[in-house]
Design a protein around this ligand. Sequence first.
Ligand SMILES: [Zn+2]
Length: 168
Amino acid sequence: MINDKKTVKDKIFKEWLYQKYVIEDLYGYEIANKIKVSRQTVFNWLKKYGISSRKKGQILDKHHNWNGGISKRNQTLYFMQPYHPHNYRGYVSISNLIAEKILNRFLKDKEMVHHINFSPMDNKNHNLLICNRSYHKWLHWKIKKLGLVEYFKSLQIAKILQSAVESE
Ligand SMILES: [Zn+2]
């Protein structure tokens, strides 16, 4: 019980520290002043919690279009999730987050999300197919081999699903 409490406290403190140092972009000494500890203590905490020290502003990578925690790379939207177990440099793709919400668990290493209409920006539930990596690879290969890429790109999946529901 005591250990649980400590873990929760630790987590809350880590999030607070992350908020101040990375999101609000405060200097170590500014955080130290706020809670009346030494600068060194703050740097020890940053190290302990794996929040890398940096020059001011450095963590918020400028070419990632900083936009309140949303970043866009290779036509894919990412959301800032520094404590997500599978984050990449603090970010997780929005399609993965949606898939995990649907599954109500984290994706396994072998699992990934395919965008049925080949648009990685279209993260509506019906456009997402959760599959394992080898199936995903096969699927892309097969669709290409059958010359169906353009067909899938033109699909309006919402409408297809709607008509399927109506015909039931
Ligand atoms: Zn895919």
